[in-house]
Design a protein around this ligand. Structure first.
Ligand SMILES: Cc1cc2nc3c(=O)[nH]c(=O)nc-3n(C[C@H](O)[C@H](O)[C@H](O)COP(=O)(O)O)c2cc1C
Length: 189
């Protein structure tokens, strides 16, 4: 099977982000399965708030980097924290920057296979926000897998080093990650 090139990111800037922990774990599993994976930290990328006036003066290098990385990937492992039943401003801002297309360029999300994760200390695991992320990404051409994973009570499954410690949760993450790799590899071959 052709090697899948995957970008992994989470919609949080928090140093001890649970969603970043989930996506880092998924990235490690994908690497073990032979995929080429790059984990992006939106905190490190430090994108400005999207503003067409800023864009008109020249796309900031952070936004260009994000766009280029997404364009060169086949698939995306995406963990979306839930704020007030929806997507975080941080993730929407990143999507807005990346969605902007220069003349002749390929839209960054077009035909990218996406596996959606959410993690929350709450009982629904961020499930409600995933519907919104799915809607947004599908609308800009991403191929979002029907299966998704919302992890409830995540604070009990991650240690102080940001490592996932629960084997049952790890197995669920592995299942969705494998599905992303399988679908992506089939599309590439
Ligand atoms: C403004 C705000 C709104 C939130 N709304 C929700 C919510 O609707 N559902 C939920 O499960 N958790 C909600 N939370 C709690 C987050 O799930 C929790 O802060 C989580 O740790 C965020 O993800 P992160 O650790 O990756 O940053 C909210 C947190 C904040 C700051």
């Amino acid at each position: 099977m052709a090697t899948a090139k995957i970008i992994a990111l989470a919609g949080s800037l928090r140093k001890n982000s649970f969603n970043q922990a989930v996506i880092t774990h998924a990235a490690q599993l994908a690497q073990q399965q032979g995929s080429e994976v790059e984990v992006i930290s939106l905190a490190e990328l430090n994108l400005p708030m999207f503003d067409e006036d800023i864009e008109a003066q020249g796309v900031p290098s952070s936004a260009q980097q994000l766009k280029d990385k997404l364009r060169s990937a086949d698939a995306i492992l995406l963990a979306s924290p839930e704020y007030n039943g929806s997507i975080t401003a941080v993730l929407k801002n990143a999507i807005d920057w990346a969605s902007r297309t220069e003349a002749g360029a390929t839209p960054a999300f077009r035909n990218k296979v996406v596996a959606l994760f959410a993690a929350s200390p709450g009982g629904l695991g961020g499930l409600r926000g995933l519907n919104h992320v799915r809607d947004i990404l599908s609308g800009i051409g991403a191929l979002v897998l029907g299966d998704q994973l919302a992890i409830a009570g995540i604070h009990g499954f991650v240690n102080d080093q940001g490592e996932l410690t629960d084997s049952a949760t790890s197995e669920k993450i592995a299942g969705l990650t494998s599905q992303l790799i399988d679908v992506t590899s089939k599309l590439k071959s």
